[in-house]
Design a binder for this molecule. Sequence first.
Ligand SMILES: Cc1ncc(COP(=O)(O)O)c(C=O)c1O
Length: 377
Amino acid sequence: MTLSSRIEAVETSRTVRFTSLIEKLRAEGRRILNFAVGEPEYATPAPIVAATRAAMEDGNTRYGPVAGLAGLRSALGASFDGWGPENIIITNGSKQLLYSVFQVLLDPGDEVILPNPHWVSFSQQIRLAGGRPVLVDTLRHQLDRQAIAAAVSPATRAILVNSPNNPTGAVYPPPDLAWIARLACDRGLWVIADEAYEYFVYDGLEHRSLFVHEALRSRLVVVRSFSKSYSMTGFRVGFGAGPEGLIRALAKLQSHLTGNVCTFAQYGAMAALDLDPSVIQDWRRDLDIKREIAFDSASRLFDCIRPQGAFYLFPDISSRLQRGETAEDFAAYLLNEAGVAVVPGEAFGADRHIRISYAVPEATLVEGLERMAACLG
Ligand SMILES: Cc1ncc(COP(=O)(O)O)c(C=O)c1O
């Protein structure tokens, strides 16, 4: 079959591929503990489900405005001082927003600086838009200012900053974010700030959005999502905040791509904004405990950097690899021998690492880590 060179140039999401393998083993009757998940285990809070159901019953089951429901855009716009509904677009998850952002910003050959390791879809989506991802290694998971500055070229169009980070769990300190904002302003670059894990920061840290840098706002797009924040991954509601011209361009693309996001799901998202903040605080506390458990055990097995955000560990497994063995081989070994699923680092541009998600029930976490320890000796 001949397909377009565009689709041939990208890889299937490896996290998705691994999920199929897990399903296959489960179908064979194996009890697999899944640390490969990219979502919190919590049930979607009842008020969100109730509002969604009520929206359906009230007949909100038809096409809606392409850029999102006015009420939702207004509520979100109000949280960005100086911006309003015209600065917001609702998208089918932040994944589709990112796809659209690259389509709208990049011309063929344009470069996007991508701190590495990076979330699996960034580089593929940049390629789908005809752009070139320029991977810049991080230093112990933190931004390497010198390397980023050196990577800026006449073709650079944007820098992508994902904090809290998937897969490393790193949270970038405010001075580094301020430096990125300055660099982008000086060099006329866009900043794409993926803040999908904004609520999941620990050690008394607070999430700091790049939005605080006023001078950057004309070239900033903030990418956020209801998925992880409110345990709504299946609803597929994300949103972008940015300058009006960019939002209009994104809406133009969306009008030809998907049209509006599922109307009743957006009513659920509106209810999420009114949720008692203690719900998320409780989740954060629970994840913090699991982070300690996971970090304690995993650092006895691998070289591990303590994450400060999101819900992942990203250990360096070099000391465990036999000659010629890859992280994918190692993940397959863990899956087959220990019945524990992790994501191999190749998916994130780091082939000597694995990603462990600790957003699983505590008993599963403890048992999985014990199984890993027993298997690795
Ligand atoms: C860093 C990051 N950005 C964006 C997404 C996309 O999430 P969603 O499309 O559910 O909003 C994910 C999902 O795993 C992610 O990890």
